[in-house]
Design a binder for this molecule. Structure first.
Ligand code: BGC
Ligand code: NOJ
Length: 812
């Protein structure tokens, strides 16, 4: 069952009922100011950091779900009250439509012959959310209506806002000037930032005190002021400051009115702070209002936003015979990659914006998906990440985006973390050719006195693995590797200590075959990067280390039919035929094979067959099997989850991509693509009532076959699934891989495919690559030509002339 449809021409998903199985959201913003917006207008905004600079309030855990806060509009036509976006009044509309597009959301609601269309967006380089409201009288008699707006301020720090009521209920301060409501709580103290909510028209009234607007015992669905049809003109003084305007309109039949509301955020410079004391400097706010003083100006900015996205998405475009595949590759997967770049794992309808900053491993992997869209910003992100790295090569697991500093509370000791930095940098250099990044002087732990060239950071990341080997010569897992919940050192808890807060202690020896596989896969990338950039000695050293690890994996890390997952702290196998539960895990199969292990002796194929047989389901591949049915203190958090959820045998979509890549590496394009379609959102659309999450973006997890709610997804949007699935489809399946000297062509596709075309922008050139498959093979290239000339290698040499090049690939 579907709740909408894709409008590919406009790059939109069109939701046709407010009763989606879960709030289906979108993100607004591309740089500093961001908003989450659901299909009925729910959600919130923040500046740079969802925890430290929250602008509007949202209640997670709210009942009902999506009425925790939002930008809400109300109409009172003298007879009835409704919300054009359905929420919060929830009165049935005669027509409802929500179009989630690239960086904007347009919600249209019609009732009693009044059609209201609201376009929400954050313009480029603008610290605010613009709402363009168009109201039309579609009837044949005159209409007199009152339109109310509403937002609720958050007192900046989202955590404090939810906990420190004894103080916060006394601090709220606002200022009203014409049609503008300024939020200046704590301005006295911080003297540098404030927010405002404005409309470009005279108002009939306003409210800025929540209780006055709603009434003490009413909710968002029935505010006193709206029911009465009249604002109270309340000025907040402590309690809960809000901003609401009311506008009285008289509309002739067919008449249309347009308004522009702005939810803006202003930061003043230091000089102002001291000069202006408690008086807010409104210069910037006035400028922002002037920028959007008319609906035409808003349209102009929307056009610019569309051009911006058109350009970002044009880096990789596919024309194939599969419409769903085209829309994933060309639109939604790339869009989600940009969102994960911007937000990491901080703010979604499943991530509160409070708990987590930017993850080290997460951000490095996210980079793989957006790099080709914004290489300059990828460069900046790499330096930010490397600047939080520790001197011993390890990493803080997370950092706060506002301060860019490592977050001590979360700690480090996730021993996979450092390796992802190498993968990100290698991918960056292949994409851009910018080897100079390796010379950028980059601090350790944000301490400039401890700066060294980025290349040194990579070396230390690589050596961090070698310096932390366990009894079998495999890498120590530390607190956990990519699988946060596989906590193999946690049995050592002191009484009363909880596994979530414990880091692995000295002397703990659990080892990870997954990190070993990563070391081989990423170590080869490291060696190649070193050799390419003239450091032959380091390249050879790395190759030798990788080779040794390969031998160790094949000796201690392969269990007859598949790769083991780990050794626990007692030296017992994890993910082995010998285990009763958790006999096979997905991660080590994917990464070891991506690293090239087991290719010559059939071991890789055996492992992949075991994956299919034991982990395969119609909704994707589960993480492990059999699921853990009880708690094992020696395995940790993984066994705390009920069977089939999250890391305990859930379908973790992130690592499904590694199996797609591995299948491509062994040349089984049919299987690779089959796995792709099992989890790619456009293919889940038709059973949205089971999947429940947005059919236009990946979710982190889909409940596995052992779960009561098999097939139901959770944690949509912010997941490494986005970038890895983009890598799997574009590089491993469609086989267009950026490389140091050009683009490597190496498809692994379903045999029945005849042809497809990819247009790839690459360092300023454009390559139009047509892949023909007349012999219906999965892998292998018979011949290739560039601009009519046959070439012998599988790499399209980088031309560097800024021109379009025609590439014809014949598989066979
Ligand atoms: C979740 C993991 C997540 C981790 C983050 C765990 O509870 O299951 O998916 O990576 O928390 O800290
Ligand atoms: C989500 C986390 O963000 C990511 O870092 C981790 O690898 C996966 N969960 C698996 O545990």
């Amino acid at each position: 069952m579907q709740f909408g449809y894709f409008d590919d021409a406009r790059k939109e998903y069109v939701i046709t009922t407010p009763a989606t199985p879960y709030p289906w959201i979108n993100y607004l913003g591309s740089k500093d100011f961001f908003s989450l917006i659901s299909n009925t207008g729910g959600g919130y905004s923040f500046y740079k950091d969802a925890k430290l600079r929250r602008i509007t309030r949202f209640r997670y855990n709210n009942v009902p779900l999506d009425l925790g806060g939002g930008r809400y509009y109300y109409i009172n036509d003298g007879k009835e009250v409704w919300s054009p976006g359905y929420a919060p009044v929830k009165k049935e509309l005669e027509r409802y439509e929500c179009r989630h597009g690239m960086g904007y959301t347009k919600i249209t609601g019609e009732k009693n012959h009044i059609e209201t269309e609201i376009t929400f967006f954050v313009p480029l380089d603008f610290n605010g959310e613009v709402h363009k409201v168009v109201i039309k009288n579609t009837g044949n008699s005159n209409k007199n209506i009152t339109l109310f707006s509403f937002i609720e301020w958050c007192l900046w720090n989202a955590l404090d806002d939810q906990t420190n009521f004894q103080r916060n209920l006394n601090t709220g301060e606002v200022e009203i000037e014409g049609s503008v409501i300024y939020h200046k709580t704590e301005y006295k103290e911080r003297r540098d930032h404030y927010a405002f909510f404005s409309v470009n028209a005279p108002t009939a009234g306003f409210d800025s005190d929540r209780e006055s607007f709603l009434g003490t015992y009413n909710g968002f669905q029935n505010p006193d002021a709206v029911l009465e049809g009249k604002s109270k003109n309340s000025v907040a003084d402590g309690w809960s400051p809000i901003a609401s305007h009311s506008l009285e309109l008289s509309l002739d039949p067919g008449e249309t009115r347009e308004y522009v509301f702005i939810l803006g955020y202003v930061e003043n410079d230091l000089e102002d702070k001291w000069k202006l004391k408690n008086v807010i400097n409104k210069t910037k706010a006035y400028r922002m209002m002037e920028e959007f003083s008319t609906a035409e100006k808003a349209d102009g900015a929307l056009k610019k936003l569309a051009d911006y996205w058109e350009d970002l998405l044009s880096g990789y475009t596919l024309v194939s015979r599969d419409e769903k595949l085209n829309r994933m590759v060309n639109i939604w997967n790339q869009y989600q990659c940009m969102v994960t770049f911007n937000l990491s794992r901080s703010a979604s309808y499943f991530e509160s914006g409070i708990g987590r900053g930017m993850g080290f491993r997460d951000s490095n992997q996210d980079l793989l998906g957006f790099l080709h869209q914004v290489p300059d910003r990828a460069r900046e992100r790499i330096i930010d990440l490397a600047s939080t790295q520790l001197e011993d090569g390890g990493a803080y697991h997370q950092y706060q985006p506002l301060t860019k500093r490592g977050n001590d509370e979360v700690g480090g000791n996730f021993n996979d973390d450092p390796l992802w930095l190498i993968l990100a940098v290698a991918a960056y250099v292949k994409e851009t050719g910018d080897c100079g990044i390796l010379n950028v002087s980059t601090p350790y732990d944000n301490d400039e006195s401890k700066a060294a060239p980025l290349a040194d950071h990579l070396k230390r990341a690589f050596d961090h693995v070698i310096h932390n080997l366990g009894p079998h010569g495999l890498p120590l897992i530390g607190r956990a590797d990519w699988n946060d919940c596989l906590n193999l050192n946690c049995f050592s808890l002191e009484p009363g200590e909880s596994f979530q807060t414990t880091t692995s202690k000295d002397g703990r020896v659990a080892e990870s075959v997954m990190i070993a596989g990563m070391f081989v896969y990423i170590g080869k990338e490291y060696a190649a990067l070193m050799k390419k950039t003239g450091n032959e000695t380091e390249g050879l050293r790395a190759e030798k280390e990788v080779h040794e690890m390969e031998e160790i994996i094949m000796k201690y890390g392969y269990d007859g039919e598949w790769f083991l997952r780990a050794y626990d702290d007692f030296g017992r196998k994890v993910g082995s035929r010998e285990c009763k539960e958790g006999r096979i895990f997905i991660e080590s199969q994917g990464l070891c094979i991506m690293g090239g292990l087991g290719l010559s002796d059939g071991k890789a194929v055996n492992a992949l067959d075991a994956v299919e047989e034991r982990l395969g389901t119609k909704y994707g591949l589960v993480l492990n099997n059999p699921a853990f049915t009880k708690y094992y203190v020696e395995y940790g958090e993984i066994s705390t989850y009920p069977e089939g959820y999250k890391e305990n045998a859930g379908i973790f979509c992130h690592n499904n991509a590694w199996i797609m890549c591995a299948e491509a590496v062994v040349g089984r394009g049919d299987k690779a693509f089959d796995y792709y379609t099992r989890i790619a959102p456009a293919y889940t659309e038709e059973y949205s009532e089971i999947h429940r999450m947005e059919p236009y973006v990946y979710s982190q997890m889909i409940a596995g076959k052992d779960a009561k709610r098999f097939g139901e997804a959770k944690n949509s949007w912010l997941t490494g699934t986005a970038s890895w699935n983009f890598v799997a489809i574009t590089q491993y399946i469609l086989g267009i891989k950026p490389d140091y000297d050009g683009i490597l062509i190496d498809p692994a596709i379903p045999k029945e495919w005849d042809t497809y075309q990819v247009t790839r922008k690459f360092r300023g050139d454009i390559y139009r690559i047509t892949v023909n498959n007349p012999n219906h093979v999965s892998k292998g290239i018979e011949r290739m030509s560039v601009d009519g000339k046959e070439i012998v290698s599988a790499v399209i040499p980088f031309a560097g002339d800024g021109r379009v090049h025609e590439v014809i690939v014949t598989m066979g």
